[in-house]
Unconditional design. Sequence first.
Lengths: 244, 367
Amino acid sequence: MVFAHGFGCDQNMWRFVEPTFAGDFKTVLFDHVGAGGSDLKAYDRSKYATLAGYADDVVEIGRELGLKDAVFVGHSVSSMIGALAVQKAPGMFGKLVMVGPSARYIDDDNYVGGFSEQQIEELLQFLDSNHMGWSAQMAPAIMGNPDRPELGEELTNSFCRTDPEIAKAFARVTFKSDNRADLAKIDIPTLVLQCSEDVIASKEVGEFVHRGIPGSELIILEATGHCPNLSAPDEVIAAMKTFV
Amino acid sequence: MDSRRIDDFQDMFDNAPCGYVTLLTNGRIARVNRKLLGWTGHTPDQMIGKPFSGFLNMAGRIYYETHIAPLLRMQGFFDGFAIDMVTAAGEHLQMIASATDGRDAGGKTLFTRIALIKAVDRRLYERGLLEARDTAAMGLARERENSELREQFIAVLGHDLRNPLASISAGARILGRDATTEKQHQILAMLETTVMRMAGLIDNVLDFARGRLGGGIILDRNANAPVERMLHQVIDELRLSSPGRQIEAEYAIDAPVNCDRIRIGQLVSNLVGNALSHGATNEPVRVRAVTEDGLFKLSVANGGEPIPEAAMEKLFEPFFRGEVRASRQGLGLGLHIASQIAKAHEGSLNVTSTVEETRFTFVMPLR
């Protein structure tokens, strides 16, 4: 069972969910390149300019571990990264769990994603105002020692630290992505977990994803917000157990 | 309520120098203090029971959901983040905030408290700094690109300028074999001189461009190769190209000189060329190279008019050109590059100029 985090944090996102499954499954946690403890030197601007670049990494991890028929659990944007990985490597994943997915965040002619182009631009600007525990002075220590995060611990916010430039690029690729056409190509059993109140991925957006994926299952959680895996892990675990 | 008491906690909550808001675990507002209501222009009814993120601008909402809420669950606090609230009038209110989770004994989150400080000016100032940084970064990237292009251009230019010179020189040498008259020999010697001067100019121009754009002059030092032979060769060439002029050379080199011989040759060539251009034509140019007191000293002297006081200061600056007849007019780079070569050798190049003589002296440690 592979757990993939979304925009804004790292594999810590799964800390309340993954341990439950670690008994019955071989669980795989990872940080996307550019996030958490990943090697920032491996960040390639052009590769990660599309979600396909992130999906390639998932496939690479899967090949390295020899995954067959595995469960892919993706939060937020990683739901769509999973959708792409499923297409890229048939047989690698047998089941797909999407937590708070959106196939497109920006409104379109007859589609409500919840955001306008301009609001996304504002977000990219705003991200500059919050350095997330990242400072130019600390960057070399953190970058040079991805396996020793304690080096940066004196900083206030020690989780979810990212290079601001990479965070911005990830925000751009996330919020400008459009994977509506990929939904119909998902040919494995899929569970969509939707929060009852989520400003990032509204109920309509979740239902759109559910309708688009043939034979998929939709569970509306009582949890609110965009990160039920942290705020309501028990509910997420229970829903996942009915599926896997 | 006339007299406010110092230990009145309700008053402290409502009239604190910051905004306070308490959220339930579902993100809805349970309590809000009067200060924040005043800042935002909302009534308690408008705020209580509503999702806090609904009072943020869109960027703030996304940030709250993707960063603040997860971090609060993970570490229980999040200090000093920027967030924009939206007032009842629809205006953005720039804030700096800190949030703390309230948890029960089992670690279960019960509520979240957020303190907000109005930071319009500070955020504006930060915005300005960020913009300045971005502008500088963009400018730097553009400059780097230009400088790379220029480097390539210089390399190609140097190559393309040297090739035709080599052909002219080779052609003149072939013609020299069949030259019979004095006139023919004179013309061929003149051709050789011109080629040499031209080659020297190209070297100087390329060095100057590179020295300025790249990391200065890079040396290829060798302490074992003899310096004297190189000096002989350079001075012989200069004699050949300046018929009718006398160049006296005196050597006393008895220790190895750890230098880049090609560069020192260029330095000598530039200094002697300078002396030939500016010195009295009826007096010899005197070159002296010695090793003494752990130093390598090389001087080039000529007679004639002394260098004017005003010119002395600018002598080693690029593009400085003294009064000289047009045919000898250079680019004004020779002395500048000679001084750069001296500097690269951790040495110095100095000048003294009197009515008796003008003398340039290069000194470098032997080490």
